[in-house]
Ligand binder design. Sequence first.
Ligand code: NAD
Length: 351
Amino acid sequence: MKIAVLPGDGIGPEIVAQALHVLQRLELPFEIERAPVGGAGYEAAGDPLPAATLALAKAADAILFGAVGDPRYDALARSKRPEQAILGLRKALALFANLRPAQVHAELTQASALRPEIVGGLDILIVRELTGDIYFGEPKGIRRTDTGEREGFDTMRYRESEVRRIARVAFEAARKRKRKLCSVDKANVLETSQLWREVVAAEAKAYPDIALQHMYVDNCAMQLVREPKQFDVIVTGNLFGDILSDEASMLTGSIGMLPSASLDASGRGLYEPIHGSAPDIAGRGLANPLATILSAAMMLRHSLGHPEAAERIERAVGRALRDGYRTADIYTAGTRKVGTQEMGEAVAARL
Ligand code: NAD
């Protein structure tokens, strides 16, 4: 099993080091190879996604990614900015399915902005299509109208095959959970969404054991705050998923806890915390490594065929929290404040 490790910028190297520490304790036969990406890629090879890094990512069974981005590179041309690396990887590796679990650990219920009875025990999974929709649809641009005024335009577009394959990922995921799937669209207004709804409904025939519900995106945004525990798996397009998955992550109260997976059609994937490179705390040993450690667990489950090892890691994270270990972002009075490395070690010791 070959894992490409791309730590990136800011807190990326610190949090990835702790995920590797935990992975290595499992004593599974991994081959790990590192490469620079983002600002680190630009420094090393003049490109946020150097050719050698991309080649390594393509050759690996899975990619463990830290985070990219640093204000030092904000003045560069868009194609040279660190954030282009993640877009380039998604595109080059056809990573069309983004899986974002949002779970509230019992110990962290207080960290949410919502009342404990609304979020306590929350466990939902958002499946977001990642390579289509209005972000990639052509034509797009800014043009002059007849009256000389400027007009911006984008194209929302989904092919049946694109909807079908993301729907399948979501139905399969629901099958391993509570067998409830909510497909989110805006079919009352958008043609693209009408097609989306038809294709998802047709696909449901192959999954009679899954309870499928359709919901408009505006209602879903509201329901996620009103009664988030009504959901099990949510599947949606790129634009709606971008927004709803950020909303769902905030239900849990801490960006430092949430992992993600981006998968291709064969289950190969890129695994990363949902947060960015946090330049404000980089290099100070303050970052919460748990989102990255939990991303490594997802990698074991979805790409490397070791679901039991994934569960060991998830249980160890739960135990470290139960034993009171907290990084600054999740600290509350009466718990034990630790740094990045100490948190990583606490998890590794509880495997
Ligand atoms: P961010 O997620 O990096 O940080 C937002 C806030 O959350 C900051 O206050 C940060 O200190 C805190 N935070 C984030 N991760 C944390 C962790 N593990 N532990 C403790 N606190 C944590 O978002 P931002 O500040 O908007 O962006 C910073 C840089 O990251 C930008 O360059 C942005 O483009 C980039 N970014 C990269 C990715 C990615 O690599 N996939 C995703 C989002 C943002």
